[in-house]
Design a protein around this ligand. Structure first.
Ligand code: C5P
Length: 206
């Protein structure tokens, strides 16, 4: 069983993915972490984020042991991810890891931008999560403050809109719902409400 969750920045897909995986006893992969790790590797080494060759090299030598690094959660890492993720060869380098993860038993939940469209086009269930950008900015600001980072909601909103626009308009694997994805708008739902709505979707197709 493979559950694919896609959606724009800060739509709540990561939290939803984690909760669904726990509910069903499946493994969970937040695929944004892979692109964040590539971007962060370049930042750490002072390399220009537009350097495709170095970005591909970083993608080919990722170490999953480092995926838990808190530095990957920052807005800076997210922005860097959205730049390096536009390189087709970076995406290619990360493809097998994601597909293998999806196929290992007992089942998996993957969340990202292109899971239902590119990584797992045959996923059993595809959910496309959306939420009002203002709501997303508020949630992300609270999250950042919770980690003790300074965050201004208006700037966070501007960043989210810029990232959505970049992810939706890139030529390779742009952010968009798969044709057979179920739309879940969680603008007016809390976490529990979103999880219940997603479980209803999974149960309806299982
Ligand atoms: O979801 P998250 O904010 O961690 O993703 C960071 C960036 O990584 C996104 O803005 C997007 O550019 C890229 N990404 C992607 N494909 C995925 C997951 C993330 O291109 N499957």
């Amino acid at each position: 069983m493979i559950i694919a969750i896609d959606g724009p920045a800060a739509s709540g897909k990561g939290t939803l993915g984690k909760r669904l995986a726990k509910h069903y006893g499946y493994r969970h992969l937040d695929t944004g972490v892979l692109y964040r790790a590539v971007g962060f590797a370049l930042i750490e080494r002072g390399i220009d984020l537009n350097n495709e060759i170095e970005a591909v090299h970083a993608a080919e030598s990722l170490d999953p042991e480092h995926f838990g690094n808190p530095a990957l959660k920052t807005q800076q890492a997210g922005d860097a991810a959205s730049i390096v993720s536009a390189f087709p060869r970076v995406r290619e380098a990360l493809l097998n890891f994601q597909r293998h993860f999806a196929e290992e038993p007992p089942g998996a939940v993957l969340d990202g931008r292109d899971i239902g469209t590119v990584i797992c086009p045959d996923a059993d269930v595809k959910i496309y999560v959306v939420a009002d950008p203002v709501v997303r900015a508020r949630r992300r600001t609270l999250e950042a403050k919770g980690r003790g980072e300074a965050a201004d909601e208006a700037l966070v909103l501007a960043d989210i809109l810029k990232r959505d626009e970049r992810d939706q308009n890139r030529p390779v694997a742009p952010l968009k719902p798969a044709e057979d994805a179920y739309l879940l708008d969680n603008s007016n739902l809390d976490i529990e409400g979103g999880v219940r709505a997603a479980i209803d979707i999974v149960e309806a197709v299982r």
